[in-house]
Design a protein around this ligand. Sequence first.
Ligand code: AFD
Ligand code: MN
Ligand code: MN
Length: 432
Amino acid sequence: MELAGIPPEVIDAENKRRVEALNDEYDSLGRALHRRGRAIDAIKDKVKKLAVAIPTWGVGTGGTRFARFPIPGEPSNIFEKIEDCAIIQTLGRNTPTVSPHFPWDETPDPVELRDFAVEHGLGFDAVNSNTFQDRAGQARSYKYGSLTHADEAVRDQAIAHNISCIETGKKLGSKAITVWIADGTNFPGQSDMTGALDRYLDSTADIYAALPADWRLFIEHKLYEPAFYSTVISDWGTSVLCAQQLGPKAQCLVDLGHHAPSVNIEQIVARLARFGKLGGFHFNDSKYGDDDLDTGSINPHQLFLVFNELIEAEKRAGADGFHPAYMLDQSHNVTDPIESLMNSAAAVAAAYARALCVDRNALADHQSKNDVIMAFNALRRGYDTDVLPILAMARYEAGGAIDPIATYRASGWRARKAQTRKVPEIASAGIV
Ligand code: AFD
Ligand code: MN
Ligand code: MN
């Protein structure tokens, strides 16, 4: 079995070509930040601790509802997906965990899977249940809903699936389950909106009851799609009300693509954090809807503002700790998923580093004096900082690649896998 996948010599050779320039740029940025009262090494150390999970479904090519265009050498089972996640972690150093989706990633022996991941330097993040599709041989259909279905037998089947995901997650070493349901309606009158939410709360209480003491349940809301008139868990308000009713282990998950256009997501983040209900994120980007584009590719400023709120929330939480779970949730339709995911994890790190470059004492001072332009500029100064040398140095010191994509390409990983992995079938539907 091939471990890690990219020979250290390749990383070393690639890094050697770039380390002199990196040292020069890092030192120069360090001096500039020092003049602004910011310590570059402290920022770098925080960036080193940033951990963003990779979704197993993200390492395969995604697609639209029209088509999916697979690439040679892409993974076709959970073990191959783990191999690709290991490449991302080996080079990028800020994606130490994988978030599996069931039944897509079902395997007869989860302990074997956990061991395989550990050998590849990876652990498991939240498990994801899937009651938005029917699987072959399933007794009852989710066409008209799952946890909120009018028929108790369908609800029971969906509850049992979620509980089995928790059981598998326990064997994998996960500490959370993310529940996203597609339940909703396409026609006014199709269902009783209040009744559907009541049924959701009853069903989810059963899942909640099966959580181990140190687990969390993340409620992921989404405005629309596949339901186009109403969605049961449509927004952060519904999500937080349900999380409050369920109990302390239930928290809200913010997928950046799951909001109405122009919604102030950073303010939602601040609200949820204030009430201890911010469970985590699915990072991605969007232009029109739930586009699942690469994180930071459309609106990196919004991502920066989200991290600005996260740093504020962390400060307020103090010793109590504040540990939202970070994950990428993207669909890679026209790129090599490994390259997109490395770029995206770096985009998350960049947003975090830029927010760490903000002089928070100065910001607070300007705010207290209502000096609007200076408060804005204090924040903007952070955003305007080119933090790439910090990210590259953090990766380099952790044994990763100064330039992950160049190193990945130099390794020839995908071409090698195209020799040994199953040739992907022409797939029609592409929703991931
Ligand atoms: C959905 C949600 C959710 C779900 C995923 C499945 O974002 O995270 O697990 O897609 O691909 O849109
Ligand atoms: Mn999501
Ligand atoms: Mn989505």
